[in-house]
Design a protein around this ligand. Sequence first.
Ligand code: HEM
Length: 399
Amino acid sequence: MRFDPWNPEFVAHPYDVYRALRDHDPVSFFEPTGQWLVARHADVNTLLRDRRLGRSYLHVASHEEFGRQAEPEFQEPFWRVIRAGMLDVEPPVHTRLRRLVSKAFTPRMVESLRPRVRAIATGLAEEFAERGGGDLLAEVAEPLPVTVIAEMLGVPEADRHLLRPWSADICGMYELNPSDEVQHTAVRAAAEFSGYLRELARARRDRPGDDMISALAQVVDEGDRLTEDELIGTCVLLLNAGHEATVNVTGNGWWSLFRNPGELDRLRADPGLLPTAVEELMRWDTPLQMFERWVLEDVEIGGVRIPRGVEVALLFGSANRDPEVFDDPDRLDVSRADNPHISFGAGIHFCLGAPLARVELVESFGALLRAAPKVELAEEPAWKPNYIIRGLESLKVAV
Ligand code: HEM
């Protein structure tokens, strides 16, 4: 098999292809997307920190100057939201936006949320166990991070059911060469989501609550520190990034444990392993398989010269199985101590929510292990067709 992100077989089993790439073709051109694939951990890690590459090029050149076409007009509402969030801008704007919200995500702040996260996780797990199981993904994995990030931002409970579909539709655009239909759906979702948040933020500016949207809405009023579009872009980013990957790590993680029953038994016997287990589950089956960067100045990667103006695709899933960095990389080891996985990225865009994700995951796995020590797979799960944001359709289990 070859690297083929549109082939469900590849999406289900990408790791043999990655091994071949690392061994024989660590930097290779991928014709269908015009990108350079980068497969080794050392290269991925270095490039994420290299400022000659960027998530965007618009801070140094226009589309035309960079030799690219502007996006079609109909996509404007999508890019307006996405390019107003920190993930798709570079310094100095990135530095300003990230600083405004980073205080809420320090390990100390996040640790103070742990009791609340544990209470939600325990409630979900106990109800799930009482029902005798069901779809672990929809009933346990999804509601926890959605509830946590919605509470932090201050999205009213009655509206929370809107977040997941908007987010999923927006994320469709992140897959490689999305279809026309996926593009239109993403644009519509971005427009609806931003319209909703604009109204909510305006209401909170007049009547602030004890939440992040209220706090950010005050900053908009203070002058030039945050525009209203940036406020919307920040909230959309936090709400989406704040749950998409965490949901998939929970689902993929349980599926990994079911396929490695010896490791599941070790975890049952010693819940003290949860923190290393969570890191290992994120490494072994990487939830976000690839991230892209634009080359802003010519670079050389592993002896290959990559010119300005093209895109590199950093294969996180491959980097996380690189034997140069991980002992016996294809083995799942819930007690793996030395685990410099790249699943949260590196460099200036390193995941802002990593401390929160870790708390959520440890609490989620811990709660279900306590409430349903005998949880077992009821049905072989299927992967969604998505490659970049890789996750299961559902995960049916019995308790
Ligand atoms: C296990 C779950 C998660 C994974 C695997 C993950 C992964 C990542 C990765 C790889 C990036 C960097 C992308 C790049 O460099 O191109 C990133 C950025 C980001 N993540 Fe996460 N994330 C997770 C959970 C969260 C949570 C819970 C939040 C909470 C709000 C969050 C918020 C963000 C934000 C705001 C950024 C942009 C940071 C920046 O551009 O400076 N993430 N995440």
